[in-house]
Design a protein around this ligand. Structure first.
Ligand code: A2G
Length: 389
């Protein structure tokens, strides 16, 4: 969407995958969806080095609302869990130098059965969000049909624009239509939204992560050209720092999300995140790749039993290449290639190659020099190539 926003993929924090619809603040005050949770995550983003690296959005997801609209027909937060109101919460987030995102659903109700935004309420809700100081809206798609969505998403895009406040627009639209043409029109989507969820929700498991990665590879001819500055495919949140992934599998997610120019929205507990997970998510070269100014989504260039090679062209003739071992058996497997074989030959003098996630300089390579590495099962080597020209 050409509203001047999200010229690189958004970065920040989202509660959904980790905190779900936990509304039990009585028994679980630290983990329930509440202003307390959001404020503490804003504190962590600002205080623990995240913001400095670009992680700037603190978002709400489902389950922030009261069960009913207010007397004027406006959405309102649950009064017990958000006693200060959303405007005050957004102010707090802004006071930390961060941005604030909110969630609603185009339909009669949200996926968790809180009040939705039906077509009649699009303008009202856009105005409410603007008044509160919202910087990003995710509009989910439960409880509406395809034709309502086809009217509602473009209409909400206009309603947000009419408020005069810059509000980035995240659409779940394609995920509810199977993510592919002819039901999904990626040209229209790019004119309507700043990012869009194409496929299944992530879950805290390698199985789901791998399924999502494969889907983006299998459908890259459709998906890859749709992405660029101002409009991004969204394979859902980063689950590093949660429970389901090994460290190697966590590396796979960050590497692939960087190659895919995907949003870096974490969904973990920033208060208890391990140093190991934090170190991965705060890797400056990884973030540099994800945030590359050309905004070209990478592609899977080969896939065989055990190895997938993914490549993303970057500014100034640089490249990122991920070599993923998709096998679950055995020990780290050797892989050999050359820049030439990877289709990277624009600099005849060759490349300096870095192993991004292990923070190692691998060496200087001419176009036909063999590059070797061992890749752990369900693991990855993410390489950064800088031309020696
Ligand atoms: O509702 C849907 O499943 C969302 N999926 C998920 O991300 C989360 O927001 C959940 C909350 O109830 C999509 O947006 C595709």
């Amino acid at each position: 969407l050409n509203n001047g926003l999200l010229r690189t993929p958004p970065m920040g924090w989202v509660p959904w995958e980790r905190f779900r619809c936990n509304t039990d603040c009585k028994n679980d005050p630290d983990n329930c969806i509440s202003e307390r949770l959001i404020k503490s995550m804003a504190d962590r983003l600002a205080g623990d080095g995240w913001k400095r690296l670009g992680y700037e959005y603190v978002n709400l997801d489902d389950c922030w609302e009261a069960p009913k609209r207010d007397a004027q027909g406006r959405l309102q937060p649950d009064p017990e869990r958000f006693p200060s109101g959303i405007k005050a919460l957004a102010d707090y987030v802004h006071s930390k130098g961060l941005k604030f995102g909110i969630y609603s659903d185009l339909g009669s109700a949200t996926c968790e059965h809180y009040p939705g935004t039906p077509l009649e309420a699009l303008d009202t809700d856009a105005r409410t969000f603007a008044e509160w100081g919202v910087d990003l809206l995710k509009l989910d798609g439960c409880f509406s049909n395809s034709s309502t969505k086809a009217i509602g998403y473009p209409k909400m895009s206009l309603s947000l624009n009419k408020t005069g406040r810059p509000i980035a627009f995240s659409c779940s639209w394609p995920a509810y239509e199977g993510g592919l043409p002819p039901k999904v029109n990626y040209t229209l989507l790019g004119k309507t939204c700043n990012l869009w969820r194409n496929y299944l929700d992530i879950q805290d498991s390698w199985a789901r992560l791998f399924r999502i990665i494969e889907w983006y590879g299998d459908h890259q001819d459709v998906l890859q050209p749709a992405a660029g500055p101002g409009g991004w495919n969204d394979p859902d949140t980063l689950i590093i720092g949660d429970f389901g992934l090994s460290h190697e599998q966590s590396k796979v997610q960050v590497a692939l999300w960087a190659i895919l120019a995907a949003p870096f929205f974490m969904s973990c507990n920033l208060q208890t995140i391990s140093e190991e997970a934090k170190d991965l998510l705060q890797n400056p070269l990884l973030i540099y790749i994800n945030q590359d100014s050309l905004g070209i989504q990478g592609r899977r260039i080969t896939k065989s039993h055990y190895f997938e090679v993914w490549k993303r062209p970057l500014v100034d003739g640089q490249y990122a290449v991920a070599i993923m071992n998709n096998g679950t058996d055995g020990m780290p497997r050797p892989f050999a290639t050359t820049a030439g074989l990877l289709g990277i030959s624009d600099c005849p003098a060759g490349y300096k190659i870095y192993n991004v996630l292990d923070k190692l300089f691998m060496g200087d390579y001419r176009l036909n020099d063999t590059i070797t590495s061992k890749v752990a099962p369900t693991g990855v080597i993410l390489m950064f190539l800088r031309p020696r020209c």
